[in-house]
Design a protein around this ligand. Structure first.
Ligand SMILES: Nc1ncnc2c1ncn2[C@@H]1O[C@H](COP(=O)(O)OP(=O)(O)OP(=O)(O)O)[C@@H](O)[C@H]1O
Ligand SMILES: [Mg+2]
Length: 183
């Protein structure tokens, strides 16, 4: 399946050994990506989310970690906008565990794990199966951290001022590392 920039290109030409090893070490480095970006307003956080949303693919799981008012939902609104979805429909799922947003090429699945009674519940939800249809973003992902398997993109939200936030991106996935590096 080809969705936006998510096309998987498999090059079957024989590759010189040196090139193959360089690629291997590049992937190894890429998978250890860790970077921080500052935003000075909600609009900037939204714009950052929009840039990420434009590059997300089915299968992607994005774990958001941060305290009340850190900007997680604001960021998800941006992600939705970047996927061609209506950001006004994005609100923290309070009475249900998950919201699904449709209207673009692929859906976005938005979880809020804050009020999850048993963290193990997230396993029975079959996140990876859900993500096959469209990317999954989880607010309060730290509440279910022990039940989340890689690969995923983790984003930590820190307060650096009244209207300033620091977003730290970390991932073990080479493609998501590349995406985060280009934000
Ligand atoms: N740089 C910023 N980025 C994001 N939000 C900001 C920023 N500066 C101020 N804000 C304000 O912080 C609040 C962030 O709210 P938001 O609902 O996105 O947080 P949240 O992390 O989802 O909180 P909760 O865990 O309660 O759901 C908003 O009121 C927003 O206007
Ligand atoms: Mg929220």
């Amino acid at each position: 399946m080809v969705v936006g920039r998510c096309e998987l290109v498999v090059d079957v030409r024989p590759r010189p050994l040196l090139l193959a090893s360089l690629r291997f070490f590049w992937l190894l480095l890429a998978s250890k990506m860790d970077r921080s970006l500052q935003t000075a307003s909600p609009e900037e956080t939204l714009a950052l989310g929009r840039r990420l949303g434009a590059s997300l693919c089915p299968g992607d799981v994005v774990a958001l970690i941060g305290l009340y008012g850190a900007g997680k939902t604001t960021f998800v609104k941006g992600v939705a906008a970047g996927m061609g979805l209506d950001p006004r429909k994005v609100v923290s799922p309070t009475f249900v565990l998950m919201h699904r947003y449709d209207g673009g090429k692929i859906p976005l699945f938005h979880y809020d794990c804050h009020r999850i009674a048993d963290p193990a519940e997230i396993v029975s939800l079959g996140l990876r199966d859900v993500a096959r249809e469209g990317p999954v973003v989880l607010e309060w992902a730290d509440q279910v951290a022990t039940f989340l398997d890689p690969p995923l993109l983790e984003i930590r939200f820190g307060f650096t001022g009244e209207n300033a936030r620091e977003l730290t991106f970390a991932t073990d996935d080479p493609r998501l590392a590349e995406v985060a590096r280009e934000l």
